[in-house]
Design a binder for this molecule. Structure first.
Ligand code: SAM
Length: 226
């Protein structure tokens, strides 16, 4: 059973996806629980403040450390020393940031074996660096570009992870032989075709219609190596 906690200012962006595959099946089968944690619930005042201006100047606002700390306490219990929470190998607390380590299929496989993952979604100009330095166990980027918030990165990571849970997809073997999987030596998938055999002069490679299992396997292998 995998529990994913998402600390966000916009849980409503994530909610609809949970009603669709692969999330819905994994939740229904009891293999996945997703907790959406509204950061505003841990605001520093009654006006709902969760952000502040950067020291030293700069455009935009940063998420403050106090609301994020308290949101984490709602998951892990009260803590005074963030080093303890980082040192506990059971904890996987991921800060979503363009400056993090680039997400890969290998990372998705690693995360799919965890029991609890907490994702912290930034917004505005990002988050106070102390969050990324002291409250997370790792910081992840989904690529070298900048989005407005961590919700789409959180969904991308969650979907890559959840579809690797055996309960989440109908045919488990589908994830064993796909791009970046161990089954394909972490390489990109070979081209695949379906009916019709020819469309407007565009033909399916003949070898795939030959019924010759060995030749087909060799062709597929040659394709991923080319
Ligand atoms: N000032 C930050 C910088 O230059 O790196 C960008 C902040 S971005 C506008 C706001 C939030 O969106 C970030 O804190 C992060 O949570 C999320 N975000 C944007 N792009 C991302 C990416 N490529 N990977 C992961 N998170 C991203």
């Amino acid at each position: 059973m995998l529990t994913i906690n998402i600390i966000t200012l916009f849980p409503e962006l994530i909610e609809p996806y949970l009603e669709r595959l692969p999330f819905s099946r994994a939740i229904e089968k009891g293999a996945l629980e997703v907790n959406l944690i509204q950061l505003k619930n841990y605001a520093i005042d009654e006006r709902g403040t969760v952000d502040g201006r950067p020291y030293g100047g700069g455009v935009g606002m940063l998420l403050r450390i106090e609301p994020v700390w308290q949101a984490l306490e709602s998951v892990y219990g009260a803590f005074d020393n963030p080093e303890k929470i980082q040192a506990d190998l059971e904890n996987t607390i991921i800060g979503l940031t363009p400056s993090g380590k680039t997400f890969t299929q290998k990372k998705a496989q690693e995360l799919s074996k965890k029991s609890t993952i907490t994702l912290i979604c930034g917004r505005y100009e990002g988050m106070d660096a102390r969050i990324k330095q002291h409250l997370t166990t790792e910081n992840i980027s989904i690529g070298n570009y900048v989005l407005s918030g961590g919700e789409i990165p959180a969904l991308a990571i969650m979907e890559a992870v959840v579809r690797l849970l055996p309960e989440a997809i109908e045919k488990e073997e589908a994830t064993l032989l796909e791009s970046f999987s161990q089954g394909l030596d972490q390489k990109k998938e070979y081209p695949q075709f379906t009916r019709p055999e020819t469309y407007k002069g565009l033909a399916v490679p003949e070898v795939l219609l030959s019924g010759h299992h060995e030749k087909i396997k060799k062709w597929q292998k040659d394709q991923i190596n080319s």
